[in-house]
Write a new protein. Sequence first.
Lengths: 334, 100
Amino acid sequence: MGVGLDVGTSFIVFSKEENGQISYKDFRDAFYIIKPTTPVATKMIEKGLAGKVFIKDTDNSFILLGKDAIEKAIERNDTAKRPMYRGVVSAKEKDAKKILAFILKEVVGQASEPGEKLVFCIPAQPVDQEDEDFDVGYHEDVIKTVLNEVGYSARSINEAEALCYAELENEDYTGIAISCGAGMTNVCVMLNGEPTVVFSTTKSGDWVDRMSAVATGEPDSVVQAEKEGGGFKIGEQNDNPILAAVSSYYERLIDYTTKQLAAALTGHKSLPKFKDPLTVVVAGGTSQANGYIELFKSKLEENGFPLVVKTVKHADDPLHAVSKGCLIASQVLS
Amino acid sequence: MTNEILLIIILSIFNIFSFGLGFVIGKIWSISGVSTNITSKPQSFFKSEENKPKISIDDKKFVVDIKTDGLEKKYDSLGETKKSTENIQSSINKLKNMKR
């Protein structure tokens, strides 16, 4: 039948069709390692972690996973780690590959039949790349290797292209999809189901967290938890200093992203001559902040976006839209 | 007067004959490749480089075995599941028709 997988910097979302419904399985892409120093401490820590999602490594260290990792990190005034950084497997974390492989295997499970088709998303090459660690090819190979081990025939798709397949059916698959994830913002311009321009930028939700953390002196995990709790609107004053910083950096992020969009598409050789105004669809966890879509729309106009826009709409289910696109792509292949 | 006209005609015929002969000999020489055709556009150094088959080494980072066997699970279930009643069949059919 085919299944879909959104391998995101912040969330891993697996999707499959069951009895005419789509079943989504989400898992927070985070871990936190606790290394006991004595055998007594090992026993005490293990007892204290009862009921949490964690694994025990061969060196007796405990690795908390997902939401529990973030909560434990906040409890210890620390920051949880990520197996991925800016859309690809993290080169900075020594244990990243092993933990990402473990999480992926647990989330997708064994294939229902050998060679079951699975489509997973990968980011596009960034236009503002400054980091040599960004290696999409290697990331893709790592994910394929892991998924092949559990019996899938895995194939990659560009993240924003998958979003087009999920959200642009009524527009005959013509328009622009922007996936605002934690690590990156991915963009795809599509004409009649064919991607014509794809690219990404390396600033998104994590950048907001990092900058707000620096400004307020709080750990990234604390800022992230406050941000996800809501209670702020982009562009409006806030009494909470963390949320005030988050709101301000969100404004700067949207301004930067729309400027990059305008610059990347102006005069692009592969850009088709669209006869009708285009629908722009926005999805991803970062786009869920209150006021994001309104500001994005006004900044597109202000920063000289070169195409005529009919509407800027938010995906119906912003967290699951990319995974849904991967699922659709896998079933088109089947 | 008649002799002068006759001389002019003979010289004109001789000139035309000489020109024709030179033209034919020139053509034969150019076909045999002895002379170069300077009217054709020279090929740029970079253009000629482009036509050569490119040989490159695959320097993509090798994925070594990712072992997860030593990790011991300490939980019952992982992740949250959500069901959605969305119908994706029409999207699949439309895309299949477009991709044909």
